[in-house]
Design a protein around this ligand. Structure first.
Ligand SMILES: *Cc1c(COP(=O)(O)O)cnc(C)c1O
Length: 464
């Protein structure tokens, strides 16, 4: 190892070729902007944001090769060569034989849920994801959380907090019967748990369990490469295995997958449903023409399928993923070193602040994480998002607010976009806001949308 590798283990394996200039705002302007946005960072204009850590979805920087790929778009209505390239790329890196392109991940979730979920079914998952659960519910299913308990404890340092608890699955089968469980939805690097990985050993055990019960495994593979990195770093026997091989092995333990290519694969839009079963593929082709487009483009332009194929190959390179997760760890460790309460271990795509611990004076029904996200924007123009009671929504039977154990603010890092100096700005801002935490007020809804309320909900400050 050279000296420079030893010092900067996560340094970027690329250089910057083009930049996007940003507008700098004043605190007064930001106070006005957040009020106008109803204290919801999703309703801010991006123009008014300095460092945008709202999401890692569709906001990565494409490589020069991906941009070149856009010029190779074959925009034929049927049988685009970019589709065949994508199909072959998915099989090569992810093992799945059949690929159905969709406009993004939720398009795949819609088709999957309509095919596999019947009214009265139960769909277990290693923690819910907002759009995934909603599509299961719209198809008449009920989501059941079967992640290990440690995932709900922000202080637990379990190395694989994304693991499935097989005892919870046994209990569910006893309660409802395996015929009511069409598949288990397994996410790699569980977004809602803080970007926490599942171990290969757990995935193998789950495969065995599912074979015994004749239940499918559907892989929410949005962040599979980041998961593979943690397996390489933490799991016995994988230290010398290339990321690409670990990704392939993970995928091959599952029966099919939904993919939002806006994450790992570094394109601005796109996704797919993939599987190995011919009949499942036929069913998906039948539905994709209703909701997305012909089965050889789904919801995507030819050029976007080309950029996606190139992005998939780049996403499983060891150098890329080391720098990607390394930057997230740099931010997380800098915050931890300054005594900030964050979810541990640090996840693959984001650092999560524990809003319950930071704002103990705000009750959960006054949305401390939402309030903290708004305060962070006002301080330095850093945009983050809530992952707590607002995101969790309401129980569809009782109408009551879910009360998730985790009340978090997510600082999500776009791939290949920001520099270490940007990270330092974020750290300083978080520390300043926490030093003045007493002055932050709780919030109440002034407008609550029926579905996925965190996207468009509006709030006002509570004075008491
Ligand atoms: C983003 C995401 C989805 C949905 O994908 P979209 O492309 O946003 O529709 C599903 N599951 C997980 C874990 C995600 O992070």
């Amino acid at each position: 190892m050279t000296q420079h590798e030893a010092k900067q283990v996560w340094a970027e394996p690329y250089k910057i070729k083009m930049v996007e200039l940003l507008k700098m705002t004043t605190r007064d302007e930001r106070e006005q902007a957040i009020r106008q946005a109803g204290y919801n960072t999703f309703l801010l204009k991006s123009q008014d944001v300095y460092i945008d850590l709202l999401t890692d979805s569709g906001v990565g920087a494409m490589s020069d090769r991906q941009w070149a790929g856009l010029m190779m778009g074959d925009e034929s209505y049927a049988g685009s060569s970019n589709f065949y390239h994508l199909r072959d790329t998915v099989e090569k890196y992810y093992s799945y034989k059949y690929t159905v392109p969709t406009h993004q991940g939720r398009g795949a979730e819609n088709i999957l849920s309509q095919i596999l979920v019947k009214p009265g079914d139960f769909v277990p998952g290693n923690m819910y994801f907002t759009t995934t659960r909603l599509h299961q519910e719209l198809a008449g299913g009920t989501f059941v959380d079967i992640i290990i308990d440690e995932a709900h404890d922000p202080a637990s340092t379990h190395p694989f907090k994304g693991n499935v608890d097989l005892d919870k699955l046994d209990e569910l089968v006893k309660r409802v019967g395996s015929e009511k469980i069409p598949y288990i939805c397994v996410a790699t690097c569980v977004n809602m748990a803080g970007g926490q990985p599942i171990s290969m050993a757990n995935m193998k055990a789950l495969r065995k369990w599912c074979d015994q019960h004749a239940i499918l495994i559907i892989h929410d593979m949005t962040r599979v490469a980041e998961n593979a990195y943690f397996i390489q770093q933490r799991e016995q026997g994988y230290g010398d295995m290339p990321i690409a091989d670990i990704v392939y092995e993970l995928c091959s333990l599952t029966d099919g997958a939904t993919m939002s290519s806006k994450k790992d694969a570094m394109v601005n839009i796109g996704g797919f449903l993939a599987m190995n079963d011919k009949k499942f593929y036929e069913d998906a082709c039948n539905l994709v023409v209703v909701y997305e487009g012909l089965h050889t483009y789904g919801g995507m332009a030819g050029r976007d399928m080309e950029a996606l194929s190139i992005g998939i190959a780049e996403s499983v390179c060891d150098n890329h993923i080391k720098a990607r997760v390394g930057q997230v760890e740099y931010l997380g460790n800098a915050l931890k070193d300054r005594g900030v309460s964050i979810v541990q271990p640090i996840g693959g795509h984001a650092v999560f602040l524990d809003a319950k611990a930071i704002l103990p004076h705000i009750r959960q029904d006054q949305f401390p994480a939402q309030a903290l996200a708004a305060a962070l924007y006002v301080d330095a123009g850093v945009r983050v998002m809530e992952r707590g009671a607002v995101s969790a929504g309401r129980n569809k039977q009782t109408g009551k607010n879910y009360r998730p154990k985790l009340e978090l603010v997510r600082l999500t890092l776009p791939r290949r976009v920001y520099t270490q100096a940007h990270m330092d700005v974020v750290v300083e801002s978080v520390c300043r806001v926490i030093a003045n935490a007493d002055s932050i007020k709780g919030l109440r809804f002034t407008y609550e949308p029926e579905y996925l309320r965190f996207f468009r909900g509006r709030f006002e400050q509570v004075d008491d």
